[in-house]
Design a binder for this molecule. Structure first.
Ligand code: HEC
Length: 231
């Protein structure tokens, strides 16, 4: 199931991809200058504090299988995704959908600061991902789609594209693989991003920059990518 592919940054016609890889590479350099906490310990502390024994951050696992005494990249990615998805669902249902679509109290807007509105779910997602990346070099996450409103959210690596194709064929199973970007190998997991509330589809279907106007509740609209450097 694990696939391998190599992507080189820089000089690529996909300049956005080069930027993302460059950004990943610069964070990796910072990480190598010395962050004293192991990947597994960081994940356990962040995600499942109290439920996983710490002090087991030995040599890195090189694939997605569980290693004795440690947390595998796959378990870590799944746990991170569980938290990311739960927060995203709650914000969409109980904040945006309730206050904007059901109660008509306040709208969600791309220009939320100027409009004194709620930030969009995707903006909340990105702000969280950026803040997390400032605090940790142990994982990265992003929201992507084959039908993006914002072209920046297109798949940028062959594995992201492959993951989206796999979810389109079978949304019940996440897609996992290893990919090498700018000299670093990552365990990459791609999970379906589902239209969990009416607000998801009404907003996307009506948006002038959306390439689709026929999303339905329950449908896969895109994907959450979780990427973990293997070192
Ligand atoms: C009020 C409008 C609005 C709502 C509600 C909304 N979105 Fe979005 N969504 C957007 C906009 C605008 C973007 C692009 C934002 C950006 O990247 O700056 C976006 C981005 C995305 C992306 C990344 C690909 C893209 O289109 O750029 C996905 C996937 C996505 N939304 C899915 C969802 C899901 C699932 C929900 C419900 C949980 C949802 N959206 C709710 C407007 C909305």
């Amino acid at each position: 199931m694990t696939k391998d592919s190599v992507v080189r940054g820089g000089g690529s016609p996909m300049s956005g991809m080069g930027r993302r890889i460059g950004w990943i590479a610069s964070r990796m350099r910072r990480a190598r200058r010395g962050v004293g906490i192991g990947r597994a310990a960081a994940a356990a502390g962040l995600v499942v504090a109290g439920t996983v024994a710490l002090g087991t951050c030995g040599p890195s696992a090189s694939d997605g299988d569980l290693e004795e005494g440690g947390i595998s990249p796959r378990v870590m990615a799944d746990a991170l995704h569980t938290v990311i998805e739960a927060d995203r669902t709650i914000y969409a249902r109980h904040v945006v959908n309730r206050l904007q679509d059901e109660e008509g109290v306040i709208a969600a807007s791309e220009h939320w600061l100027d409009d004194k509105a709620l930030p969009l779910p995707a903006q909340v997602f990105r702000m969280g991902a950026e803040l997390a990346a400032e605090k940790s070099d142990d994982f990265y996450y992003a929201l992507i789609s084959k039908w993006p409103i914002n072209i920046q959210n297109e798949p940028r690596t062959p594995m992201e594209a492959e993951g989206l194709d796999s979810l389109a064929a079978d949304p019940s199973r996440p897609f996992y693989g290893n990919e090498t970007l700018a000299g670093t190998t990552y365990f990459t997991a791609v999970y379906p991003d589902v239209a969990v509330a009416e607000a998801c589809v009404t907003c996307h279907n009506a948006h002038r920059d959306s390439p689709r106007d026929d999303f339905r509740v329950g449908e896969v609209m895109g994907a959450v990518v979780v990427r973990i450097p293997l070192r």
